[in-house]
Ligand binder design. Structure first.
Ligand code: PRT
Ligand code: MG
Length: 223
């Protein structure tokens, strides 16, 4: 049996066409059923639904053989940045699926002069869920920051005086706009990656390789 970990919402929705191109149909709709284990048209393949940020954990510890997770989630989990390679997390990251795309950016209130705060070397208070990526970004730029860890609704932080800036994911920009925040710096482009358990890749080499190859072809065809 091969177990694929997905999260409900955009990762699941955006993975469906890739799965279909690989000949895989998921037989339940997660929006309609409360099942956490979904059967597919392939008796040897099942999908488990987990929280987006739990996908790397499931794959790393063998609760799933492979999974789909955003680069943002992988970076916070501590997976290596480069493609391929196992790093020290037991995750093998072979494939950019080019889905669930967005960017990680710095945003502030309209009346906060980020450029001059950076220029003057002021300490900037930054609220974010993405502390690893943020720490690395500001360290590389030589900007002094006090990071404030949040788990959601980052947009509220600059509006309430909790922070000067946030690091968050931006897609259409409408969430920032609705909260009168402006994107002042783009940190990196984000997309979802297929991650594979390194041990499973050895033990179930044939079926997993075939699946990864099928995904790779599907991604290429969608480009
Ligand atoms: O909700 P939960 O805590 O379980 O997990 P999650 O929020 O990480 O899951 P989900 O399904 O929301 O996101 C899964 C993955 O989708 C993320 O890890 C990203 O890699 C990717 N993704 C792509 C996004 C977005 N686009 C996105 N726009 N994840 C979140 N957003 C949020 C963003 O944080 C902000 O609040 O959408 C808002 C901005 O969107 P715009 O269109 O208004 O700019
Ligand atoms: Mg969410």
């Amino acid at each position: 049996m091969i177990t694929l970990a997905l999260s409900k919402g955009r990762i699941f929705d955006d993975s469906l066409p890739l799965l279909a191109a690989a000949g895989i149909d998921v037989l339940d709709d997660p929006e309609k059923s409360r099942k956490l284990i979904l059967a597919t048209n392939r008796p040897d393949l099942r999908v488990v639904l987990v929280r987006a940020s739990d996908v790397p954990t499931y794959v790393q510890h063998g609760g799933a053989d492979l999974g789909v997770a955003g680069l943002d989630v992988l970076l916070e989990h501590g997976a290596e940045d480069g493609a391929g390679g196992t790093g020290n997390t037991g995750l093998y990251r072979p494939l950019d699926l080019c889905i669930a795309r967005c960017r990680m950016s710095v945003a502030t209130r309209e009346d906060f002069d980020y450029a001059s705060a950076v220029r003057q070397g002021s300490r900037i208070r930054v609220a974010t869920k993405y502390t690893q990526a943020a720490r690395q970004h500001f360290a590389a730029k030589g900007v002094h920051v006090d990071l404030i860890k949040l788990y959601g609704s980052m947009e509220l932080a600059p509006l309430t005086g909790l922070a000067d800036a946030i690091v968050d994911l931006v897609s259409t920009g409408s969430t920032l706009k609705a909260n009168r925040l402006v994107e002042v710096e783009r940190i990196m482009d984000i997309s979802a990656r297929l991650v594979v358990n390194a041990a499973a890749l050895k033990i179930k080499r044939e079926p997993l390789r075939a699946l990864i190859d099928a995904f790779e072809q599907a991604v290429g065809a969608q480009r």
